[in-house]
Design a protein around this ligand. Structure first.
Ligand code: BG6
Length: 489
């Protein structure tokens, strides 16, 4: 495995600890070798010590870094500029040497843990130096991480460029949400239980809500975020992945393309928004000063590397419709934002009400609807809300929950969320990775919103206080339909 950007944040906090967790579970082969590439002129020993330190800090290893040596013994460092051919000329013999010393048999996974502006150039350099050629009975794969472009045309251009150098089977586009156990469980929950699929449609489901709420602000990422905003940052990737897994048809098998075909199909079925419907179906927000978890926090415009007059959205809420037989007339409401009241990601399936309630004291409109909530994070689990009789001589109905919590049944394993993704890439299973057509379909869905928002910059920012559930317009979006957002507990 070769990591470009080996001393960066992603490698330090996620990738190296992931390798540690995989090594610990014996999911890495004994003939594994690792080359870290970065611009910094570290010596090999210095780099090894940095890796040891980051493993200790981030691998959440209660075992005293027992597997650190396993990784360090297999690690080499190559300083170099990723834009220069000379770096690749040095990488080639290093890989050949690793084949000898670690018996790596020529298979190679290149992880581009760099800014997206470098993806095209690194892949071109790898291809030009012959490092992506697979003609010796071994494989060569490249992992890239979102953002895959910043709108539909740049995503298409990136796909075109990469696909002129690599075959689609060699490209693994990571959306780290698909590495989360609870996200993978959506498919298992839907398709391995006989009781849910028959009611998973417009006859029984009233609406679906997807919330991805963060309490964090933009931290040190102001420069990236201020040119991106929450719509681009979260919706075409993470949010639409959650929507696709919730709404897709059962695949004909669990082969990568069978699953991805169904996901792509549902993204294509999301109804196009006209400019008028963007105005009524899309809400944007930006946080002002406020209090989050008891701490006073600054407004977005006062975060480091953010423009004083910034019009960037830090919150978005949207109402989508899906044009197919299963979902017609079932609204899918999604919202995501920074500096919200609580960190909580969940998918809420709201079922239709009973057609008639026979208890005279309780009109049907006053019954709480049945909700099935898939809690993605932080308290992973599934709960079902239904009505039960409150004990006593009168017939009164109260809302109660049946709860399943992952931790109660399966315990809590330290994980970065990348373990399954890296492992799958190594064994050549692309099911959890995004295909080019899925990426483009995701951007197509939000393109009309981007166009309208570009043409009409928001005039009322900041429009929500940090530590709340976002702007009032997001509540209005549902209230107009006589619904309201579920409050995550
Ligand atoms: C990233 C976004 O892709 O996902 C971040 O760029 C966001 O802005 C993050 O904070 C959320 O991921 P998670 O796993 O913390 O929910």
């Amino acid at each position: 495995m070769v990591i470009f950007g080996a001393s960066g944040d992603l490698a330090t906090r996620k990738l190296l600890p992931t390798l540690y967790n995989l090594a610990k579970k014996e999911y890495l082969p004994p003939d594994f070798g690792l080359i870290g590439l970065a611009v910094q002129p570290h010596s090999e020993d210095e780099f090894r010590e940095r890796v040891r330190a980051s493993l200790k800090e981030f691998a959440s290893a209660p075992d005293d870094c027992k597997f650190c040596d396993w990784i360090i013994e297999r690690l080499s460092y190559l300083p170099g500029n990723f834009r220069e051919a000379e770096t690749y000329a040095r990488l080639k013999p290093l890989l050949a040497q690793m084949e000898q010393t670690h018996h790596t048999t020529g298979n190679c996974l290149f992880y581009l843990a760099t800014g997206p502006d470098l993806f095209g150039e690194i892949i071109r350099n790898l291809a030009d130096s012959g490092l992506t050629r697979e003609n010796g009975g071994y494989w060569r794969r490249v992992i890239i991480e979102k953002p895959f472009g910043s709108d539909l045309s740049s995503a298409k251009a990136l796909n075109l460029q990469i696909k002129s150098l690599l075959s689609e089977q060699q490209i693994y586009r990571i959306d780290h949400y698909l590495g989360k156990e609870t996200v993978q469980n959506i498919l298992v929950f839907r398709f391995s239980n006989g009781i849910f699929e028959p009611i998973w449609n417009r006859r029984y489901i009233d609406s679906v809500q997807i919330t991805v709420a963060e309490t964090l602000g933009v931290e040190q990422r102001g420069r990236y975020y201020d040119t991106t905003g929450s719509l681009r940052d979260m919706v075409p990737s993470h949010i639409l992945q959650l929507l696709a897994l919730t709404a897709m048809e059962p695949p004909i098998s669990f082969q990568a393309d069978a699953v991805r075909d169904e996901q792509a199909k549902i993204l294509h079925a999301v109804q196009d928004m006209s400019p008028e419907s963007v105005l009524s179906r899309a809400v944007r927000g930006q946080y002002g000063v406020g209090v989050v978890d008891g701490q006073a926090v600054p407004a977005y415009r006062n975060e480091p590397n953010v423009a004083q007059e910034s019009h960037t959205d830090t919150f978005v809420a949207l109402k989508f419709s899906i044009d197919n037989w299963r979902w017609v007339d079932v609204p899918f409401y999604v919202r995501t934002g920074k500096r919200l009241k609580k960190r909580a990601s969940e998918i809420v399936i709201q079922f239709r009400r009973a057609p008639l309630v026979l208890f005279r004291e309780t009109p049907v409109e006053q019954l709480s609807p049945n909700l099935l909530v898939l809690h993605i994070q932080p308290d992973e689990g599934i709960s079902l809300q239904f009505g039960a009789k409150v004990p006593g001589p009168m017939v009164r109905i109260g809302s109660v929950n049946m709860d399943f919590k992952y931790v109660d049944h399966f315990g809590a394993e330290p994980s970065t969320g990348y373990e399954r993704l890296l492992y799958d890439c190594m064994i050549g299973d692309a099911t959890l990775f995004q295909r080019a057509d899925m990426v483009e379909a995701g951007w197509s869905v939000i393109e009309p919103v981007l166009d309208v928002w570009r043409a009409l910059p928001a005039r009322n920012f900041p429009n929500y206080a940090a530590g709340t559930w976002g702007p009032k317009e997001a509540d209005d979006l549902l209230e107009r339909d006589h619904r309201h957002w579920n409050v995550p507990f």
